[in-house]
Design a protein around this ligand. Structure first.
Ligand SMILES: N=C(N)NCCCC(=O)O
Ligand SMILES: [Zn+2]
Ligand SMILES: [Zn+2]
Length: 320
């Protein structure tokens, strides 16, 4: 069965790129194209944060910054929006006053989009939302490999007795059997912890750690190769907390930590994942009130672009 040619972004050589409403990369809305291979969906929710709030505005900041993306990605030699239908699915109406209700709403929205055959490219929102997203993805694919880019472990147990927060999604995900514990990696980890036990607990859950300093010492190619080997041909979920980047590269975030990755390192590691079976991804924790000159939002838009390109190439490869 032949698939219709995907509808791509508005042509920025004919319509100024700063004109009109901001969808991700100036792509059509999902309701304009009916269905999508990759649905870019916003989750404006930040009730799970432990420090600076504001990630509820992250998705729209990333959309605004993504106006400057262009249709051909030379680093991956691919035109993602021609290889697959990528569309902007709008925002999930997550309850800002009730975390449990919000988690349920995100899960249901993700289920709905995944049921149409779309992969999710989610724009957060704080990191709490990774849990409902992983629930939906695991319901579809079974336990998935997880590649988690973050300054933080996000495998803590509770904050103030709360189970669902931005510091706890991946412990919950392991407890719920959503992850393939043979293939769990944190990348970019750094900064002070509550105690050494944090690391022991994290290791017991099955995670391997590539610290920010490891990336600097070993280089992006070696790191990407090690990650690819660990992931193998498992279905893969990639979660990018933008605070994995150094505050110089991403000041607009809620819990910044010194000594992070450069945006160049992050983008190169992502490109090195070509060939992995990427089933969905998120970019979270962009808090534009702390941003300057859209530094963080631009980095996040390029991160989502590389992830989308990986998914589009994967989809095109499956079709061929
Ligand atoms: N997921 C992010 N960004 N941060 C988690 C930090 C949890 C803490 O305040 O200890
Ligand atoms: Zn973090
Ligand atoms: Zn995080």
């Amino acid at each position: 069965m032949s698939t219709p040619a995907p509808r791509g972004p508005v042509d920025s050589s004919r319509v100024p790129r700063y004109a009109g409403p901001a969808t991700f990369a100036r792509l059509p809305r999902l309701d304009e194209v009916g269905r999508a291979d990759v649905a870019v969906v916003g989750v404006p929710f930040d009730t799970g944060v432990s420090y600076r709030p504001g990630a509820r505005f992250g998705g729209n900041a990333i959309r605004e910054a993504s106006r400057l993306l262009r249709p051909y990605n030379p680093a991956q030699d691919a035109s993602p929006f021609a290889l697959a239908q990528v569309a902007d699915a709008g925002d999930v109406a997550a309850n800002p006053f009730d975390i449990n209700a919000a988690v349920e709403t995100v899960e249901a929205a993700a289920d709905g989009l995944l049921a149409t055959g779309a992969r999710l490219m989610t724009l957060g929102g704080d990191h709490t939302i990774a849990l409902p997203l992983l629930r939906a993805v695991a319901r579809k694919h079974g336990p998935v490999a997880l590649l988690h880019f973050d300054a933080h472990l996000d495998t803590w147990d509770t904050y103030f007795g709360a189970e669902y927060t931005h510091g706890t999604p991946f412990r919950r995900a392991v407890e719920e059997g959503l992850l393939d514990t043979e293939a769990l990696s944190h990348v970019g980890t750094r900064g002070p912890l509550y105690g050494k036990q944090d690391l022991t607990d994290d290791e017991k859950l099955g995670f391997g750690i590539v610290t920010s300093a490891d990336v600097m010492r070993r280089g992006v190619d070696e790191v990407a190769q090690q990650l690819r080997e660990r992931i193998g041909d498992r279905p893969l979920y990639v979660s990018v907390d933008i605070d994995v980047l150094d505050p110089a590269h991403a000041p607009g975030t809620g819990t910044p930590e010194a000594g992070g990755l450069t945006s160049r390192e992050l983008l190169e590691i992502l490109r090195g994942l070509a060939g992995c079976r990427l089933v969905s991804a998120d970019v979270v924790e962009v808090a534009p009130a702390y941003d300057h000159a859209e530094i963080t939002a631009v980095a996040a838009s390029h991160t989502a672009y590389e992830l989308t390109t990986l998914m589009a190439r994967q989809i095109a490869g499956e079709r061929a």
